[in-house]
Design a protein around this ligand. Structure first.
Ligand code: NDP
Length: 265
């Protein structure tokens, strides 16, 4: 806040310096800083994911203690546990993602990892503690289906890109990959939309809220936030790739016109 006031009060050169100071703190300066041999980006993400799991487990313990363990709580807990353990199991895939290759480590990432992830991604669990939801069998099956499809697309797309970066000749869905300009993968999930991995993640996020029913928008905070974040992220990534790959990117866009949602966006 004081930085913002400072920008308003000072004349042009000083305001500009203040503006830069705010931006550097917010977005950070170094891309992959290390402290005593520890990669700080991975350190903070791990802490955030563990915090999310611990909060979920605390809420689960509370509902068991109060003999109030519902079907909705079980569904939410299982989906989240799979998603979080999957992160640690496939952490290597993170090395080819935007956060690692393009985002600098500043307040935004650190706050996001240590506060935003554990405390806001677990809102559904908090909400379920104080609200009863009756789910029909059809709703439970549909919920599991959304999670499964989302998880397969999310994990599959991120894995395909990671495998491609390591070995551009590795088969995708059992066939030789379609490659544009020797650099961009245009088959598998990456031939359906330019960010199918975002679509998968959004479906997973939705499936974490569906156990809460549709009586309140509160438990839908996470999918709504993720939707906004990923649309913004996709725009920034698009600009970065257009700048980096130039003609090759144009060719990829022609071949794969959909950004995230096939036939919609
Ligand atoms: P991506 O993993 O999609 O990484 C984008 C980069 O991949 C591009 O900059 C480019 O980098 C490369 N790339 C893009 N298209 C191709 C292609 N066709 N072939 C080869 N390389 C390509 O984005 P993110 O890092 O943003 O997302 C990773 C995952 O993390 C997603 O599933 C996302 O949903 C999830 N996520 C979740 C969040 C949450 O809060 N739950 C927040 C943010 C992300 P290069 O220069 O290396 O080619």
């Amino acid at each position: 806040m004081s930085n913002v006031i400072c920008v308003i009060k000072f004349n042009y050169p000083s305001s500009y310096i203040c503006y830069l100071a705010v931006m550097y703190r917010w977005f950070g300066v170094q891309l992959n800083p290390q402290f005593m041999g520890i990669d700080l980006k991975f350190f903070f993400v791990r802490a955030g994911m563990m915090g999310w799991l611990l909060i979920n487990l605390s809420v689960l313990a509370k509902s068991v203690q109060e003999s109030d363990l519902t079907q909705s709580m079980i569904l939410y807990q299982i989906f989240c546990a799979i998603y979080i353990f999957d992160y640690f199991f496939h952490e290597e895939f993170m090395t080819s993602t935007w956060d690692i290759i393009a985002e600098r480590l500043g307040f935004m990432l650190v706050f996001g990892d240590l506060v935003w992830i554990p405390f806001t991604f677990s809102i559904q669990a908090w909400w379920l503690l104080g609200n009863k939801v009756e789910l029909t069998t059809a709703a439970v099956v549909a919920n599991c289906f959304v999670f499964l499809i989302g998880y397969l697309v999310f994990r599959g797309a991120n894995k395909q890109k990671h495998v491609f970066k390591k070995d551009p000749k590795a088969p995708i869905w059992g066939k030789p990959p379609k490659v544009i300009g020797g650099k961009l993968l245009a088959s598998g999930y990456w031939g359906i939309a330019r960010h199918s991995n975002y679509l998968g993640d959004l479906l997973v996020a939705l499936s974490l809220s569906l156990p809460c029913g549709i009586s309140s928008p509160v438990p839908y905070f996470y999918p709504i936030y993720l939707f906004i974040l990923l649309i913004w992220r996709e725009r920034r990534d698009e600009a970065r790739c257009a700048e980096k790959y130039r003609e090759v990117w144009k060719e990829y866009c022609k071949l794969v016109p959909w950004r995230i949602f096939p036939y919609i966006y």
